[in-house]
Write a protein that binds this ligand. Structure first.
Ligand code: AMP
Ligand code: MG
Length: 324
């Protein structure tokens, strides 16, 4: 019988293999197997495939558990070509995959947040996935309003010796980095840089997902000269967790002032950074509140840092942000 750690690792690693197989076909595929990199079908196929696989892994060991995932099968059921492609990719990981079971597995992810639930973003950073850039499979287990486990597979993040890692964090147990084959590479820790002018800032590539202007103002006010590192997905949390960045700012975008962050975009990353010794709050310094359903209704934006410079960054932001 597998425990939560094993299920989580096996699930996100299997999903990562499927996503990479879709990406390989998108680049090298020919004829019927080709997925056009100019449309969104690769992301559709990989997204649904990853969700089916992760839900299936969880259901097999924890049949009673609630899963809250980003997708459902409604759209897929209307597109036979996509459903056939998803099924073909899922079958590479799970023999018994058929079109009907794949839809059922995907819809295991239609649960509502409750006392204990898994939360899944099958492909976080879809734009990065399409650009052959960073993306993540993000899975977390939330119990009684606290994230207890975080699993962040980043198939395109390099490590010494290869590409593709998974970060595993347990509440109170630290954060580890593993290869996608499940080999433990070690514990990860945030940087110890305390001087905020030396901070390396990570932020979204997409201008609609953060506020690049406000981020630039913050960097100016702190005296930061290094260019920010832009990457898609929760790989930004991973960069802070392993000390490659010191700050990840997700500032509210003035074009979408009422936007509230989705829990699947943050739960795994939050724990990965927290357990690596860092600090994560919203941009006003409030703790992230996981008890508000599918979105962080009580929070605005996110600030993740190595902890050392959290307060000075918050003070700088307070002078730039509209009042709460
Ligand atoms: P990133 O990889 O940092 O660009 O973030 C990707 C995530 O941004 C997606 O999974 C979306 O859920 C989320 N997103 C979509 N619209 C917004 C928005 N207006 N503000 C912040 N995040 C958004
Ligand atoms: Mg996402």
């Amino acid at each position: 019988m597998q425990n939560e750690r094993e299920v989580g690792i096996n699930a996100v690693c299997a999903a990562a293999r499927v996503c990479e197989a879709v990406r390989a076909e998108m680049v090298h595929g020919t004829g019927a197997g080709k997925l056009d990199k100019h449309d969104r079908s690769p992301v559709t196929v990989a997204d649904f495939g990853a969700q089916a696989i992760v839900c299936r892994h969880i259901e097999a060991v924890f049949p009673q558990d609630v899963i809250v995932a980003e997708e459902d099968s409604a759209m897929l059921r209307q597109n036979n070509d996509h459903l056939a492609a998803v099924t073909r990719f899922v079958r590479a990981e799970i023999d018994e995959a058929a079109e009907k079971t794949v839809c059922q597995w995907i819809d295991r992810g239609s649960g509502e947040p409750s006392a204990r639930f898994w939360v899944l973003d099958p492909i976080d950073g879809t734009k990065g996935f399409l650009r052959q850039d960073q993306y993540a499979i993000a899975l977390a287990l939330v119990e009684d309003g606290t994230v207890q486990w975080g699993f962040l597979a980043c198939p395109a993040l390099p490590y010494e010796g290869g590409t593709g890692v998974v970060f595993v964090a347990q509440r109170g147990g630290g954060t580890q980095i593993l290869t996608l084959d499940g080999v433990v590479l070690g514990a990860v820790e945030v940087s110890r840089v305390a001087d905020a002018s030396r901070a390396r800032v990570a932020e979204s590539v997409e201008s609609g997902h953060t506020n690049h202007g406000l981020s630039a103002q913050m960097q100016g006010a702190l005296g930061i000269v290094a260019e920010p590192v832009r990457m898609d997905s929760q790989a930004k949390y991973a960069a802070v967790a392993r000390g490659q960045a010191d700050v990840y700012l997700r500032a509210p975008n003035e074009r979408t002032p009422d936007y509230r962050e989705c829990i699947w975009d943050h739960a795994a990353g939050w724990l990965v950074v927290t357990e690596a010794g860092g600090t994560v709050t919203d941009v006003y310094g409030a703790a992230l509140d996981w008890t508000q359903g599918r979105r962080l209704e009580r929070n605005k934006g996110v600030l993740a840092t190595n902890g050392q410079m959290h307060n000075v960054v918050l003070e700088t932001l307070a002078a730039l942000l509209p009042p709460r």
